[in-house]
Design a protein around this ligand. Structure first.
Ligand code: ADP
Ligand code: MG
Length: 145
């Protein structure tokens, strides 16, 4: 499958604002039913990227925060609903079943998943994978694949 974001990624950003702006660009390529897995360490910029994607869908950036305790936040975007997951606290994939993840994954929204490695066996084959890496204090590299 060709990379969904081939005209935007790979990219290097030099500030949180640039990562958010990159998220804006990514949003144009998303469609209902897409699942985007965001790999990267703490502070890699996953939430900033999600903020940008959500902002481009009409959701105020300030309302987008990591759903660490709730696992998933739902935002009503202007083109499709957005489901923002943070699986950091998931210890067993059974917890994801209890959350009813299938309603989200196989619904008509776009899923954006932080810490996807916690639920790797549940990610569908067509999952879009993005990797965020620290290059320096304020530089981040974002690649698809
Ligand atoms: P994550 O969700 O991956 O843990 P966040 O987006 O919550 O990451 O936080 C990223 C942190 O790194 C923030 O404190 C932000 O200010 C800082 N930062 C520095 N440079 C960048 C950059 N280029 N892109 C994104 N965040 C950056
Ligand atoms: Mg985060």
């Amino acid at each position: 499958m060709p990379n969904v974001f081939a005209d935007v990624l790979p990219a290097t950003t030099a500030s949180p604002e640039e990562t958010t702006a990159l998220g804006h660009q990514l949003a144009a390529h998303l469609h209902p039913g897409d699942i985007v897995a965001l790999y990267g360490d703490l502070g890699a910029g996953k939430t900033h990227l999600v903020k940008g994607i959500c902002a481009a869908c009409g959701i105020p950036e300030a309302s987008v925060t990591s759903p660490t305790f709730t696992i998933v936040n739902e935002y009503p975007g202007d083109r499709f609903p957005l489901y923002h997951f943070d699986a950091y606290r998931i210890e067993r994939v059974e917890e994801f079943f209890e959350l009813g993840y299938e309603e989200y994954f196989f619904g008509d929204g776009v899923c954006l998943i932080e810490w996807p490695e916690r639920v790797e066996p549940l990610l569908p084959e067509e999952t879009i994978r993005l990797r965020l890496e620290h290059l320096g204090a304020t530089e981040r590299r974002i690649v698809e694949g």
